[in-house]
Structure formats: structure tokens, C-alpha cells
Design a protein around this ligand. Structure first.
Ligand code: PMP
Ligand code: GLU
Length: 396
């Protein structure tokens, strides 16, 4: 016999970002030199004091179960950091630490959405939101934004997408995959629409420390009084401290939501890795100089990538105010042959770019935006130089 998988998992697509990265790694294993701009993860080593804290934690015997929602010192550090930088107070009981921000998102969706609910996703949006929302039985409602408005949701587009079934807006700021960053005024306008329509908001702020040039980051629950009651904030250490493999993220939520997420997580996974929690604690409470150094390096690469895109006739991308992605408009390069192969879609373009030039990117349609390719600049300058030489050559 074969085991029939459930209807709900049948509908789940694999993560395209991870799939493109796996394809790139396969080519590397086969002996090719690949310029990997696919997966979004800092290429830096986790700062040494964080690694040391993990070793110390193991030696101190912190190798057992922890409270389901995470160790108290870590939750205290997370809420204290939020209070210091954004001026809003959360209790440690409103913080649930999970196995990465992806898991925190899953918990947030599961704890709040019912089958039949609609959740608004401004697109382009990160690959995992829609799939995780579908797992709850709710419907992701994709709302397209345009390159002209910097791929930001406008209050009018938000209002127009609301139906009697709408319960939630997901806002990723700064955005993966577009790099756009909302101003305080833009967030205020969106908050007002959420309040008028009695919706809650999940604010994915995992790239909040990576904002460049004149752009500034504003945390969503701070923009209007009382908003904390209808917002769940998502964050984690993956991007800020180059800790993708340690799997620590969290949510900050109203009491009732945090309490049920705690129950859910206690049944699902017990707790996030004890050792990683001590490492994350060292990251948040320790020296922030490595974060600033990584950010300065990302800023340099961003300038370089912006220039390279501007230098390729027919290629464009919105301003990259935050995160570490260039969302390249490749519409001028579709509907033609590359090395004898007809390429009509962004997916084909990215696959041929990988096959023929060994540059890995992620196709825009994975983010609900056909005609784009996302290039991560969380890669060394040398990789970026070679990758953009190859892209320029590919489209010539
Ligand atoms: N949100 C966004 C927008 C992301 O890009 C990522 C990257 N993986 C995550 C959440 C999840 O991060 P992690 O699970 O590594 O903490
Ligand atoms: N968030 C990163 C990306 O978009 C990591 C991959 C993933 O978690 O999907 O590439």
C-alpha cells in the first residue's frame, strides 16, 4: 500500500528559496563554481562571543529542556531591547521564543486563524507566508503592489482587499523580497485602516536592523496608541547576528495569544534548543559592534549591486532601503532564446541563468510577482562581482 498524505499537506508547496539554494548546492557538489545569490542568509560567521556563550552554556549544563516558551533571561532581554529601542513595554509572558522566526510565524497563524478566514498578503511577499496560512485552513489573499509605489501596500489597496471574512494583514517591513521599507506615516495610515475594520496585524520585522541610507525603521505597534492589542510582532536572531542555523526567533503578542501559543508550542516542540537560547541571549545583550560591522558591509554591497543593475540596459530594481535583496525586474529579458533555449517565464530565466552561467537567484513568481528575479546580496563582494558579470553577459 502507499500511505495517502492528508489533503492539507498535499496543497503545501516546498520553499522555493530553499529549493533554489539546494539546486545551487547540487551543482557545487558536481564540481561547478556557483555564484549563489539565492537563499537569504548572512554569509558572515556568527560572532565569536555568541559561539563562546553557547560553549559555556553546554559546559554549565544547560543541555536539558527549558520552559516551553524559552528561558526567562532571554525573554527579559528581548522585551527590554524592544522597550529601549522602540519605547513600548511588553511583559516577558507576552514573548514566546521558537525554533526560528518561521516557526514563530507558524505559531502566530495557527493560534489566530480559523478555516474560512482571509489573511491579506501584500505581494511580492516571502515564500512561506501563504503556505503556512493555508495549513490553518484560512485563505491567503494576495494583494499586488507595484514597482512604481516601491512595492508598498497603499491604504486604498488595503481597504479594497477587505471582505467580511478578512481578519488579518501580514506586513513584512523591511520587505523580503523587495527591500522596501515603510515610513512612519505610511504605517500610521495602514494602522488606521486595520483599526477601522477591526483587523489584526502580524508584523514581520526580522530585517529591522538592516536599513540603509535615509530610510528609517519604525516598529508597527508603536505608531498608534493601543495598537499593541491587535499586533503580533515577529523577529529573531537569524539575520541580525548571522545565526540562521541556530534556529531562534520569537513573537511578541497580546496576553491571550501568547498564552495559547505557549500551550501549542509545549505540545509541538517542547522548547527551542537550550544552547541556542543562551547564544541568542549573548547576541542581544552583548557587544553590538559585529552587527554594525555586518550592516556596513551589506551597505557597501547594496551600493555595488545598485550600480551594477543600473549599468545593465533594460534591468531595474526598486530602491533597496532595507534587508539584503535586489528585486530585479527582468521583464525586458523574457520571450527570447538563451543558448538556444526559449525562455518565457521568470522561473525559466532563473533556471537557465543557473544552468548556463552558474548564478543562483530566486524567480519572482515564487513571491507572487511574475517577471522578477531576487538576488540576495548577503554574499561576498567577489561572488557579487562574478555574478553580475555573468548576468550582464547572459542578457547581452
Ligand atoms: N521572515 C522573513 C521575511 C524571512 O526572510 C525569514 C528568513 N528565513 C524568516 C521570517 C524566517 O527566519 P528564521 O526562521 O531563520 O528565523
Ligand atoms: N528567508 C530566507 C530567504 O528568503 C531564507 C530561506 C527561507 O527560510 O525560506 O531566502
Amino acid at each position: 500500500m502507499s500511505i495517502e498524505v492528508s489533503k492539507i499537506v498535499q496543497a503545501v508547496e516546498p520553499s522555493a528559496t530553499l529549493a533554489m539554494s539546494a539546486k545551487a548546492k547540487e551543482l557545487v557538489a558536481a564540481g561547478h563554481k556557483v555564484y549563489n545569490l539565492s537563499v537569504g542568509e548572512p554569509d558572515f560567521k556568527t560572532p565569536q562571543h555568541i559561539i563562546d556563550a553557547a560553549v559555556e552554556a553546554m559546559n554549565a549544563g544547560h543541555t536539558h529542556y527549558t520552559p516551553a516558551t524559552g528561558i526567562l533571561p532571554l525573554k527579559e532581554a528581548i522585551v527590554a531591547d524592544f522597550q529601549t529601542r522602540f519605547g513600548l513595554t511588553y511583559k516577558p509572558t507576552q514573548c514566546v521564543v521558537s525554533n526560528g522566526a518561521k516557526h514563530a510565524l507558524h505559531n502566530a497563524f495557527f493560534a489566530t486563524l480559523n478555516p474560512g478566514d482571509e489573511a491579506i498578503l501584500p505581494a511580492p511577499c516571502w515564500v512561506s507566508y501563504a503556505e503556512l496560512i493555508k495549513l490553518t485552513g484560512a485563505t491567503p489573499k494576495i494583494v499586488a503592489t507595484t514597482q512604481e509605489t516601491g512595492f508598498k501596500l497603499t491604504p486604498d489597496a488595503f481597504r479594497a482587499a477587505i471582505t467580511p471574512k478578512t481578519r488579518m494583514l501580514l506586513l513584512c517591513n523591511p520587505s523580503n523580497p523587495t527591500g522596501s521599507c515603510y515610513t512612519k506615516e505610511e504605517l500610521e495610515a495602514l494602522a488606521d485602516v486595520a483599526v477601522e475594520n477591526d483587523l489584526f496585524v502580524i508584523a514581520d520585522e526580522i530585517y529591522e536592523r538592516l536599513v540603509y541610507g535615509d530610510a528609517t525603521f519604525t516598529s508597527f505597534p508603536t505608531v498608534r496608541d493601543g495598537l499593541q492589542d491587535r499586533v503580533i510582532v515577529i523577529n529573531g536572531v537569524s539575520k541580525t547576528y548571522a545565526m540562521t542555523g541556530w534556529r531562534i526567533g520569537w513573537l511578541l503578542a497580546p496576553d491571550n495569544v501568547a498564552k495559547k501559543v505557549a500551550s501549542l508550542q509545549s505540545q509541538e516542540t517542547s522548547n527551542p534548543c537550550s544552547i541556542s537560547q543562551y547564544a541568542a541571549l549573548a547576541g542581544i545583550t552583548g557587544d553590538q559592534a559585529p552587527v554594525e560591522a555586518m550592516k556596513a558591509e551589506f551597505a557597501k554591497r547594496r551600493e555595488y549591486v545598485t550600480q551594477r543593475i543600473a549599468d545593465i540596459p533594460g534591468l531595474s530594481a526598486p530602491a533597496m532601503d532595507g534587508a539584503f535583496y535586489a528585486f530585479m525586474n527582468i521583464q525586458n529579458f523574457l520571450g527570447r532564446k538563451y543558448g538556444g533555449v526559449q525562455v518565457d517565464t521568470d522561473k525559466d530565466w532563473c533556471l537557465e541563468l543557473l544552468q548556463q552561467k552558474k548564478v543562483a537567484t530566486v524567480f519572482g513568481s515564487a513571491f507572487f510577482a511574475e517577471g522578477y528575479a531576487r538576488a540576495s546580496f548577503a554574499a561576498s563582494m567577489e561572488t557579487l562581482e562574478n555574478a553580475f558579470d555573468a548576468i550582464a553577459d547572459f542578457v547581452k
